[in-house]
Design a protein around this ligand. Structure first.
Ligand code: PXP
Length: 238
């Protein structure tokens, strides 16, 4: 079954709005697990606008499921993750001030850089994933650089879904087939929601993990975290 990793960046955004510790990020992580999440994802950004550097070791100490840290592999980021040793690190090509990840890596141009970073992660026993667009060539070069998995950037899928879901998923299906041939793992994330998730995993059932933040936390405002996580898990049932 495809695993659900809950991205809790938004929870940290709300906490930071008032400077105190409400909502308590660690308690939310524990509760997500209690309600069925298979993993917790965070994206510590250089400006600490949501997840702070200090949240990472604190979460490492409480997360019992799969802990995934995503981010641009700057020296500071790599120092942080090599110390925390999460189960997985997802490399994204974001610039420091970026609002959210909106593109995958050019794994051809950045092949040597990625290779070095992936070597460091492998040496620390951390599974790696590279965020890419739905593009088989990018998947091939991610595998060539030594990535354990790729994460498909599903923003364009979500955007096109309501117009024509068969056309929306086509490039993702093609890339996912190539990923399977390459023998590496497959993750997906960005703008996945209760509207578009079920069709994605029905069409590409070999997706190992989806990481979902924005829509899930928004749904939780109406349904509560427990029912929301159950609803997302239901979409992942094969
Ligand atoms: N995957 C990556 C690499 C991301 O940067 C994000 C956003 O932090 C997500 C998945 C989750 O996207 P969303 O918040 O739209 O569910």
């Amino acid at each position: 079954m495809t695993k659900l990793s809950v991205n809790i960046n938004k929870v940290a955004t709300i906490r930071n709005a008032r400077g105190g510790n409400t909502p308590d990020l660690l308690q939310v992580a524990r509760d997500c697990e209690l309600y069925g999440a298979d993993g917790i994802t965070v994206h510590p950004r250089p400006d600490e606008r949501h997840i702070r550097r200090a949240d990472v070791p604190a979460l490492r100490a409480v997360v019992r499921s799969e802990f995934n840290i995503e981010g641009y592999p700057s020296k500071e980021f790599l120092d942080l993750v090599l110390k925390a040793k999460p189960n997985q690190v997802t490399l994204v090509p974001d610039k420091p001030g970026q609002l959210t990840s909106d593109n995958g890596w050019d794994t051809v141009t950045h092949q040597e850089f990625l290779k070095d970073v992936l070597d460091d992660l492998r040496g620390a026993g951390i599974r790696s994933s590279i965020f890419i667009n739905a593009d088989s060539r990018m998947a091939e070069y991610a595998a060539k650089a030594g990535a354990d998995r790729v994460e498909l950037y599903t923003g364009p899928y979500a955007e096109a879904y309501t117009r024509n879901r068969e056309a929306a998923i086509e490039p993702f299906l093609e890339t996912a087939r190539r990923v399977r041939q390459l023998g590496i793992g497959l993750n997906a994330g960005h703008d996945l929601s209760l509207v578009n998730l079920r069709y994605f995993v029905e069409t590409i059932p070999w997706v190992d993990e989806v990481s979902i933040g924005h829509a899930l936390i928004c749904d939780a405002l109406y349904m509560g975290l427990e029912k929301t996580i159950a609803a997302y898990k239901d979409c992942l049932k094969k």
